[in-house]
Design a protein around this ligand. Structure first.
Ligand code: PGA
Length: 250
């Protein structure tokens, strides 16, 4: 069955060996739900990728970053080739925590995305405005600029997911209003069609920022919301499975 919703958990810097059980519980729960229209992914820290991948077959295991070259003198970095070798299927790029804490620019995110795709990974490119930018009325301008600069036409639409995550909604319990989400996702959709032509219509656009078991159904039902990138709530199997269930019933 073709996938119509994309639910990914971003574990961030959380997870020791004991969390392998969480990944297994998510896989087992997903099978039980029978969420055939939902692509489920979990993105644990680098240290858990191989162990989790070795114990899991039916959901995507993704990383949270990678370098834009194959190998070389880049202390502390991980290449997309290394991820691919151990069975990783996707990578989150340009998350706002990396843009802020590691000064990642959209140009860098684009370079990473191009190499990651060439290495065979699906790329989840994150965009989103700060509270200051939203309050100044610049949310759309900022987000579309990030899209233009990081979702380059060289990318393969079929391997691209965009995650719209308003920075002020991440980990705060605050969620953008349905109207704001609808409006931003439509603007992103139009921009993707402008960049990629017809295939821009099929690029999944996830919403991210305090998505939880309670609000998922409502958010996922909004037009042009094709999934969710979930932080906090992906660390508890029952909560994350509720979100997957919400996607499966749409
Ligand atoms: P949150 O994080 O769900 O904890 O707000 C989302 C994200 O940063 O991807």
């Amino acid at each position: 069955m073709e996938k119509s919703k994309y639910i990914y958990g971003n574990w961030k810097m959380n997870g020791l060996l004991g969390h392998v059980e969480l990944a297994k519980a998510v896989e087992a729960g997903t099978i039980e739900i029978g969420a055939q229209n939902v692509e489920v992914g979990i993105c644990p820290p680098f240290t858990l990728l191989k162990t989790i991948k070795d114990g899991i077959n039916s959901i995507v295991v993704g990383a949270q970053d990678c370098h834009f070259t194959e190998s070389g003198a880049h202390t502390g970095d991980i290449s997309a080739i290394m991820l691919k070798e151990i069975g990783v299927g996707a990578v989150i790029l340009g998350h706002s925590e990396r843009r802020t804490n590691h000064f990642e620019t959209s140009d860098l995110v684009a370079k990473k995305a191009i190499f990651a795709q060439q290495s065979g990974l699906k790329t989840i490119v994150c965009v989103g405005e700060s509270l200051q930018e939203r309050e100044a009325g610049n949310a759309e301008t900022v987000v579309l600029k990030q899209i233009i600069e990081s979702a380059l036409p060289e990318l393969e639409a079929a391997k691209l997911i965009i995650a719209y995550e308003p920075v002020w909604a991440i980990g705060t319990g605050k969620v953008a209003s349905n109207d704001d989400i609808r409006e931003m996702h439509l603007s992103i959709r139009n921009k993707l069609i402008e960049i990629f032509g017809d295939s821009g219509k099929d690029i999944p656009i996830q919403y991210g920022g305090s998505v939880n078991a309670k609000n998922a159904s409502e958010i996922l039902a909004i037009e042009n919301v094709n999934g969710a990138l979930v932080g906090g709530a992906s660390l508890k199997a029952p909560d994350f499975l509720e979100i997957i269930k919400a996607a499966a019933t749409l």
